[in-house]
Design a protein around this ligand. Structure first.
Ligand code: SAM
Length: 186
């Protein structure tokens, strides 16, 4: 098999792990690619909660969901993922974060370590056994490296009796290719 990019590998893991009917989280909706992917995995009996602080991202994704017929199982919320606990309290079958800025959008609106970690902390107790949080870390932009370090430091300290944590990256590629951190509830 060919080695997959960080994003491709995150999808492979989520696809293998999520079953129809589950509740899952897209913590950074952006242009909606991950939301659509998750909505197709959980099917009409499941639910995707998608979060983004930019209304333009929510609107674009809503359009895509309508076009693909996946809107019924999706709830899009224009709020920061640090506030997930206001909206989701039940068990989840997985989550994805795509850190950085909205492709094609305002490059100064970025995710930040503090709020990203707050969101991850909220999700950890909601994970069912075997479920994963996939964090795709783009960090070539200003502020990105700080966020990467914060997330990696946080994930490194998670109790190995409760979570398996891995990092996946190409170490010979130029231009800071994204890294993937995966947290799995054992
Ligand atoms: N997954 C997206 C896709 O498939 O197109 C790309 C996501 S993009 C790299 C990062 C997104 O995170 C941006 O749309 C940005 O507005 C959003 N964002 C930034 N801070 C956020 C926060 N605190 N909560 C939720 N979303 C946030």
């Amino acid at each position: 098999m060919n080695l997959q990019s960080a994003l491709e590998f995150s999808h492979t893991i989520l696809k293998d792990n999520i079953t129809a009917g589950e509740t899952v989280i897209d913590a950074t909706v952006g242009n909606g690619n991950d939301t659509i992917f998750l909505a197709s995995l959980v099917g009409k009996t499941g639910r995707v909660y998608g979060f983004d602080i930019q209304q333009t991202a929510i609107d674009t994704t809503q359009q895509q969901l309508l076009l693909t017929g996946l809107q019924a199982q999706t709830t899009l919320i224009c709020d920061g993922h640090e506030n997930i606990s206001k909206y989701v309290t039940n068990q989840i079958g997985g989550a994805i974060f795509n850190l950085g800025y909205l492709p094609g959008g305002d490059k100064t609106v970025i995710t930040h370590g503090k709020t990203t970690i707050q969101a991850i902390k909220t999700l950890l107790p909601l994970l069912r056994r075997g479920a994963t949080i996939c964090i795709v870390i783009y960090y070539g932009h200003p502020g990105g490296n700080n966020e990467r370090q914060s997330v990696e430091q946080f994930a490194t300290k998670l109790d190995q009796k409760i979570f398996n944590v891995l990092e996946y990256q190409f170490i010979n590629q130029v231009n800071t290719p994204p890294r993937l951190v995966v947290i799995q509830k054992r």
